[in-house]
Design a binder for this molecule. Structure first.
Ligand SMILES: NC(=O)c1ccc[n+]([C@@H]2O[C@H](COP(=O)([O-])OP(=O)(O)OC[C@H]3O[C@@H](n4cnc5c(N)ncnc54)[C@H](OP(=O)(O)O)[C@@H]3O)[C@@H](O)[C@H]2O)c1
Length: 341
């Protein structure tokens, strides 16, 4: 319920997104679709019509698609309680690939451009051989990354950026506590914070302590052995991707005037007032300029991308089941086509 309230906008983008795909006379493609809401078993690998780009869209030949926790939430029907969506629906919000067709209003991209994108699902989905996106959702693929690595970036990196830079206005010399530092959002958040000159305290389980250090955390906390509030004190910013008890125990570690940005819950106004701090619930938005900026930091080797597992597109179910454990290390990515030479 907490997550539901929380990611209202994030969810509604995805929810409104789902479109009907039933046109039998169009060229087809392979995609992972759902015909009903439910568990991972409702994911079907099928032939569906290729999406046609509108004037303000580009069609991308998808090489790889990132898998996010929200994909499973959409699959479950969490964001469509009133059952407004038309099936089938293609899931997936992160892609990398090559521009294959452009609408007449497209100016920033051309045929053959390597790109990565946050597909907001208004017209398309990422678990497919082709996807359509607007210019606002796409950016040039970082040259130093494979397509598999690039597909691991958009949603989680934009989330970390919008939480730390846009919302918390993190400054050099400030201290940030990043919960879930070894996951998709957390692994980017640590590196984005370090690239902006902040001091980073990050939490993860025992197996991921070394990873936190490799990502640049100044202080790594094993949440299975230590209460983070015994180590992190007077921080300027908390990035919460866990919620519940973790969020409840975070209010007291923020210095007066500081801020908690949560991705999964709305911070409690009474607690914020009691501690003299601010709180925001973030909902990530597509943003081409920010994605380009993140891409530059990647090419400058200031941000590394961690892909812990890949699956073929046809095995999206296994990938979602793995992500649903809540213990993904870095990212899990679907390989849709061979990397272009
Ligand atoms: N609101 C938005 O716009 C938005 C955007 C993106 C993501 N999200 C949400 O943010 C959450 C995180 O997303 P993600 O993609 O980063 O997930 P993820 O890749 O699955 O990472 C989760 C991480 O949390 C760590 N973890 C689990 N329990 C923990 C605890 N009690 N304390 C500290 N760390 C813990 C895990 O590390 P260990 O394996 O070491 O435990 C894992 O690395 C999800 O709920 C997602 O839906 C929201």
């Amino acid at each position: 319920m907490q997550i539901l309230r929380l990611i209202v906008h994030y969810g509604s983008i995805a929810a409104l997104a789902a479109t009907s795909l039933g046109h039998a006379d169009k060229p087809t493609m392979k995609a992972v679709v759902i015909h009903e809401y439910g568990g991972p078993e409702v994911l079907k690998y099928e032939d569906v019509p290729q999406p046609e780009p509108k004037q303000d869209q580009l069609r991308i030949h998808v090489i790889a698609a990132g898998v996010n926790p929200v994909d499973g939430m959409i699959r479950s029907g969490m964001f469509d309680k009133e059952g407004r969506r038309a099936f089938p629906v293609i899931l997936g919000g992160d892609i990398s690939g090559v521009v294959e067709k452009v609408g007449s209003n497209i100016t920033k991209f051309k045929f053959g451009d390597p790109v990565f994108a946050y597909v907001s699902l208004d017209n398309s989905g990422g678990y497919a051989q082709y996807a359509v996106v607007t210019e606002r959702e796409a950016a040039p693929k970082p040259k130093s990354l494979t397509y598999v690595e690039a597909a691991a970036v958009p949603i989680v990196a934009l989330t970390a950026w919008q939480a730390l830079i846009d919302t918390a206005k993190l400054k050099a010399g400030q201290t940030v506590l990043i919960h879930g530092g070894s996951g998709g959002v957390g692994s980017f958040a640590i590196q984005i914070a370090k690239a902006h000159g902040a001091k980073v305290i990050a939490t993860a389980s025992t197996a991921n302590q070394e990873l936190l250090k490799q990502l640049g955390a100044d202080v790594a906390i094993d949440y299975t052995k230590q209460n983070f509030e015994n180590v992190a004190k007077d921080v300027d910013v908390v990035l919460d991707s866990i919620g519940k008890d973790t969020l409840a125990r975070s209010y007291g570690v923020v210095k007066k005037g500081g801020i908690i940005v949560s991705l999964v819950a709305r911070p409690d106004p009474a607690e914020l007032e009691k501690h003299g701090i601010r709180g925001e619930a973030l909902s990530v938005d597509p943003n081409s300029d920010e994605l380009s900026e993140i891409g530059k930091l990647i090419d400058e080797k200031k941000i590394n991308v961690i892909v812990s597992q890949t699956f073929p597109l046809s095995e999206a179910r296994k990938a979602q089941e793995q992500v649903a454990t809540g213990h993904t290390r870095g990212k899990i990515v679907l390989k849709v086509a061979d990397e272009p030479k």
